[in-house]
Design a protein around this ligand. Structure first.
Ligand code: FES
Ligand SMILES: [Fe+2]
Length: 352
């Protein structure tokens, strides 16, 4: 099992999922109840999802203004997690409070800080501006997967699997055939993996969304900000269309594929996915095509990772892996995740 890196920001939800209904999500094993305040700012509140009274999940309760009323016996909490009402007595015990989590809402995502609240720095939340920025249209979704979150990181950092697992959708022979280049910024915790295909078949994902009929140049530039945010900058153009010398690239189609990889519990991960495009932005048909195709592709990965996890669980300890060139990015990610887990562990929990 990949150790959970604490003292990090994680995507817990899309902003559109958090409103005046309580939302329960478990992040790094910590159950959290989310809601949005009713005041003008409409801020997202994240409280530990266990009542101090008998530990009933607060996400099963209800909102009363900006306070949360436990659905079992009515303990009532304000947005800081302080209990402001208990039934049957005037005095509220001093220790009656639940943890409030630091939250940042940015680029349409709700990020929550898991770890020591005093260490939370909102400026450290990585950006995905295309998700909410002008010039882009996005579709998105989330699938929980029953696997170690490290398997999803492996999966996303090696796109050669597109040829085999996603053939006919996003995979063509050229993906697996084309070598990658990998750059690792250990200090910043960023892994970059690039694969530029000069002359490749156009898979249906791009043929149906862009209308290109012939062969394409296809660039895949991955930027993984450990532990949670994965960006795939994808550029597609008919063969022969090159970026201008000044760096502009108006004749190409750009798709930003975003994943947020959020460990939920041991053996369970939230797979947030989004596809943003800078073309046919108002075309509902293209929106539907990209949503449906990407959902299909995500489910192919979900099924494969569920099968893989079951196979690993059934194996005696000590089964050997063999890594090759395509795994360079994934191995770098594993190394960074191990370091972040080590740095985020409480002193008594350190493994080495
Ligand atoms: S469990 Fe919440 S009030 Fe009793
Ligand atoms: Fe995949």
């Amino acid at each position: 099992m990949t150790a959970f890196p604490r003292n990090q920001w994680y995507v817990a939800a899309y902003g559109s999922e958090v409103g005046r209904e309580l939302l329960g999500r478990t992040v790094l094993g910590e159950p959290i109840a989310f809601y949005r305040t009713a005041d003008g700012a409409g801020e997202v509140v994240a409280l530990a999802d266990r009542c101090v009274h008998r530990r009933y999940p607060l996400s099963q309760g209800r909102l009363d203004g900006d306070t949360l009323v436990c659905g079992y016996h009515g303990f009532t909490y304000d947005r800081t997690g302080a209990c402001v009402f208990v039934p049957g007595q005037k005095r509220v015990p001093r220790t009656a409070r639940v943890a409030a989590y630091p939250v940042v809402e940015q680029d349409s995502l709700v990020w929550v800080w898991i770890g020591e609240p005093a260490l939370a720095d909102p400026r450290a939340v990585p950006r995905a501006p295309h998700l909410a920025g002008p010039g882009w249209t996005s579709v998105s979704g989330m699938e929980p997967v029953d696997c170690d979150f490290g398997l999803l990181v492996d999966n996303l950092l090696d796109l050669s699997h597109e040829t085999y697992l996603h053939g006919g959708y996003i995979g063509t022979p050229e993906v697996a055939e084309t070598p990658i280049t990998t750059e690792v910024d250990e200090g910043a915790g960023i892994v970059r993996v690039s694969r530029h295909m000069d002359d490749a078949a156009c898979p249906s994902f791009y043929a149906r969304s862009t209308g290109i009929e012939g062969r394409i140049t296809r660039w895949q530039d991955i930027e993984y900000h450990a532990p949670c945010l994965y960006l795939l900058h994808s550029r597609v153009a008919p063969v022969g269309v090159l970026p201008n010398p000044d760096g502009t690239d108006p004749d190409a189609f750009h798709i930003e594929i975003t994943y947020a990889i959020t460990p939920s519990a041991p053996g369970r991960v939230y797979d947030f996915w989004a596809v943003s495009r800078d073309f046919a932005r108002d075309d509902p048909e293209v929106t539907t095509v990209l949503r449906d195709l990407n959902h299909t592709v995500v489910m192919q990965d979900v099924d494969a990772l569920t099968i893989l996890q079951r196979a690993l669980d059934a194996e005696p300890a000590g089964g050997q892996e063999l890594s090759i060139n395509i795994d360079t990015g994934g191995l770098a990610a594993r190394r960074i995740l191990a370091r972040l887990a080590e740095e985020g562990a409480a002193p008594g929990e350190r493994v080495s």
